[in-house]
Design a protein around this ligand. Sequence first.
Ligand code: HEC
Length: 95
Amino acid sequence: MLLLLIPGAAGAADLDRGRELAARWCANCHVAERTAPTGRADGLATLQAIAANPQTTAASLRGVLSAPHGRMPDLSIGAKDQDDLIAYILSLRPN
Ligand code: HEC
């Protein structure tokens, strides 16, 4: 991928990118936007609720992202994408 060749493109986790990835990969099943008024009728956790859970850590999220869960397709999410997604999800944590 061309992006990887641009110096400085890699590095710190990118929240905006994480948000895009969540919208693309997670929003089919989990409400992924901070501003969503409610969760889904089927009760599947919103990403915000996942972030608010004190048991959620970067490491636990990495575990979820590294293997398919529920009906989640095997996305084979790369390390950088995982970092961005994790940074985004943890940014939803209430202060
Ligand atoms: C096809 C539906 C689907 C997709 C897509 C999906 N998930 Fe899930 N997710 C589930 C289901 C169903 C559960 C409930 C637990 C289980 O079945 O393992 C779950 C549980 C979770 C949990 C654990 C929640 C808890 O309270 O323990 C996390 C974290 C999670 N998902 C994150 C994500 C992230 C991040 C993405 C996007 C990269 C994603 N999921 C994409 C269906 C999905």
